[in-house]
Design a protein around this ligand. Structure first.
Ligand SMILES: *[C@@H]1O[C@H](CO)[C@@H](O)[C@H](O)[C@H]1NC(C)=O
Length: 317
């Protein structure tokens, strides 16, 4: 079954471009079967993204499938669980940003019977982009797994956990951003006494016109990036943007204004095309494309590979 799935997916993907889903969850070191805890998404075969933020399928993208996953994973607050990426290639291939939201099922309702509607979602984790006007890097790009640490303050109860990767490679027109989504059913035990928030709804959290969703990441290269959605809860909980993956192309000193916005303090002085193209670019970092002025040399053993005329990336040979 799995090899058939892989064959079908590879044929379809070859005709389009790299797309991906989140079928498996690793809990306590054990990898689930496909779609055991993650609600099977409409794109489980074609892997195509959701692009309309105004429809209910922006929530768990599962309208065409059965409403619930067969199993609910029991975890403890504070645990780290991992969603794995399937696709061709099997990683978060596109330049983009990641958000993880949770929503608690109403008391007395089994999460398997709950659709997650209403203003019930709070964000627990994000991996943003880092932009300084010369380069923009996407630390979530290339991840094959997404480890997620549940806040210790999280109250016990049943939850949906929704991971989204927002691919931004064609996001310069409305509806161009691609949402890759997976919702997992969780039963959280040994919880804390926090009050999660702010709460948003899906649809509702995004209009599609946010500066971090409707954005040209290639030209001119943005000098800052604003992560879509509410701030991460809890604000001091350690689940903030971190540099997983490649950040080596960021050369100037940055000032963190908030958990979601990184603004360069020194970009205005060196914007000419003959600029500081020194050093090597790490795996998944940008190494070329129209308007790009940074280093075009990939760290060994990676090879600068063209995605399109606006974007080349250091990838395994
Ligand atoms: C950059 O910051 C400016 C000023 O705060 C804001 O208007 C703009 O939307 C931001 N750009 C992005 C891509 O987030």
């Amino acid at each position: 079954m799995k090899s058939f799935f892989a064959l079908v997916a590879s044929v379809l993907v070859a005709k389009t471009s790299a797309h991906y889903v989140f079928p498996d969850l690793i809990v306590g070191g054990v990898t689930s079967s496909d779609w055991q805890y993650t609600r099977q998404t409409n794109n489980w075969q074609d892997l195509n993204p959701q692009t309309d933020v105004t429809v209910s399928d922006i929530r768990c993208y599962d309208s065409a499938e059965s409403d619930s996953a067969p199993d609910t994973a029991t975890v403890n607050a504070g645990d780290t669980i991992t969603m794995t990426v399937y696709g061709n290639p099997a990683n978060l291939y596109h330049p983009g940003v990641l958000n993880v939201y949770m929503a608690q099922a109403p008391s007395g309702t089994d999460v398997a019977d709950w659709d997650g509607s209403g203003s019930v979602w709070f964000k627990i984790y994000e991996i943003s982009a880092i932009a300084n006007g010369q380069t923009i890097t996407f630390p979530s790009t290339g991840l094959t797994q997404v480890p997620i640490t549940l806040p210790t303050e999280l109250p016990s109860g049943q939850y949906l956990l929704r991971t989204e990767h927002i691919a931004l490679h064609v996001a310069s027109s409305y509806g161009g951003a691609q949402f890759y989504i997976g919702c997992v059913q969780l039963n959280v035990e040994n919880g804390g006494s926090g009050t999660p928030g702010p709460l948003v709804a899906f649809p509702g959290a995004y209009t599609g016109y946010e500066p971090g969703i409707l954005i040209d990441i290639y030209y001119p290269i943005p000098d800052n990036y604003t992560q879509p959605g509410p701030p991460v809860w809890p604000s001091t909980g350690g689940s903030t943007t971190t540099g997983i993956g490649s950040t080596s192309t960021v050369k100037s000193t940055s000032t963190v204004k908030s958990t979601t916005t990184v603004v360069s303090s020194t970009t205005k002085t060196s914007s000419s095309a003959t600029s500081t193209a020194t050093g090597t670019v790490a795996e998944y970092g940008q190494c070329g494309g129209q308007g790009y002025t940074g280093s075009t040399v990939c760290a060994s053993p990676f090879v600068c590979t063209e995605s399109n005329e606006y974007y080349s990336q250091c990838l395994p040979a």
